[in-house]
Design a protein around this ligand. Structure first.
Ligand SMILES: Nc1ncnc2c1ncn2[C@@H]1O[C@H](COP(=O)(O)OP(=O)(O)OP(=O)(O)O)[C@@H](O)[C@H]1O
Ligand SMILES: [Mg+2]
Length: 222
C-alpha cells in the first residue's frame, strides 16, 4: 500500500530531514511512526501527502508514484488519503456538520447527500449530538473527533495522522486511539506519527522508529 525506497529530504541551510528511508506499510495495517523531536516524522508524512517532493528515492502509494506525480494530479492521490493534524485545522465559523460536509462540497456532491454523509461520519465518532456546534464551543477531544470525521467522510483507503493526540489529555488520547483502531478494523490502513511511547506500548502495533532522519527499526512488516 505504501512503500518508500532510499528517500532523502533536505531543507535549505543544510538540514537533512530524512536520508535512506525505506519503509513498507501493507494494506490494512496500523503502524506508528515515532522517534524524538526533529527525527523526521512530519517530513515523512508530508512526503507521503506530496506536500513536499523527495530529493532522492521513490515513494509509492496504492499504485501512485508519488515522487513523480505532477501537481495537477495531486487531487487524485489525495482522494485515497485522509489526514488528521495535531491542531485539528477546523474552520471556526462553520459548525461541526458543515466542517465535515465541506469536504464533499469540494467533491461536487449534492447538498442533501453531503449532509447525510457528514452526519454518518460524525455519528461514527460519537458526535451526533454536536452537529450544529461551532468548533470553539467543542472540547479538544470533540474537535479532534470532528477532524477525524472530516478525514473519513470521503472514505479514504489510508488515514495519515500527525500527533493526533498531541493536544489532548491522556484519557482523550486513549479514546482517539480506540477510534483509530475501529477505523482500522473496518479496513482502512492507518499511519500515526507520535512521540508517545506509552501509547505505542499499549496499542501493540508496529512502530517505525526514526532517529535523525533514518529508520532505526520497524521499517517493514515482520
Ligand atoms: N520547512 C522546513 N525548513 C527547514 N527545516 C525543516 C523544515 N521542516 C522541518 N525541518 C527540519 O527537518 C528536521 C525534521 O523535522 P520534522 O518536523 O520532520 O521532525 P518531527 O520528527 O516531526 O519532530 P516533532 O516531534 O518535533 O514534530 C528537523 O531538523 C527540522 O528542523
Ligand atoms: Mg512533527
Amino acid at each position: 500500500m505504501i512503500e518508500t525506497q532510499g528517500v532523502a529530504k533536505r531543507y535549505p541551510h543544510g538540514v537533512t530531514a530524512l536520508r535512506g528511508v525505506d519503509i513498507e506499510v501493507s494494506k490494512g495495517e496500523f503502524v506508528f511512526v515515532t522517534g524524538p523531536s526533529g527525527a523526521g516524522k512530519t517530513t515523512l508524512l508530508r512526503l507521503l501527502l506530496r506536500q513536499e517532493l523527495p530529493d532522492e528515492g521513490h515513494i509509492r502509494i496504492g499504485g501512485w508514484d508519488v515522487g513523480a506525480l505532477p501537481r495537477s494530479r495531486v487531487p487524485e492521490l489525495r482522494r485515497i488519503l485522509g489526514v488528521v493534524f495535531q491542531d485539528f485545522k477546523l474552520i471556526r465559523r462553520k459548525s461541526a456538520l458543515e466542517n465535515v460536509a465541506y469536504v464533499l462540497n469540494v467533491a461536487g456532491l449534492p447538498p442533501a447527500e453531503q449532509r447525510r454523509r457528514a452526519y454518518e461520519a460524525l455519528r461514527g465518532v460519537g458526535l451526533q449530538h454536536r452537529l450544529s456546534t461551532l468548533p470553539d464551543a467543542l472540547s479538544g477531544g470533540e474537535q479532534q473527533r470532528v477532524a477525524i470525521a472530516r478525514a473519513l467522510v470521503s472514505e479514504p483507503e489510508i488515514l495519515l495522522a500527525d500527533e493526533p493526540t498531541g493536544n489532548l489529555d491522556p484519557d482523550l488520547s486513549v479514546e482517539i486511539m480506540r477510534l483509530f483502531r475501529e477505523i482500522n478494523a473496518r479496513g482502512t490502513t492507518v499511519v500515526v506519527a507520535t512521540h508517545d511511547r506509552d501509547m505505542i506500548r499499549r496499542m501493540q502495533r508496529r512502530a517505525i522508529v526514526l532517529e535523525r532522519g533514518r529508520v532505526v527499526t520497524g521499517g517493514r512488516p515482520s
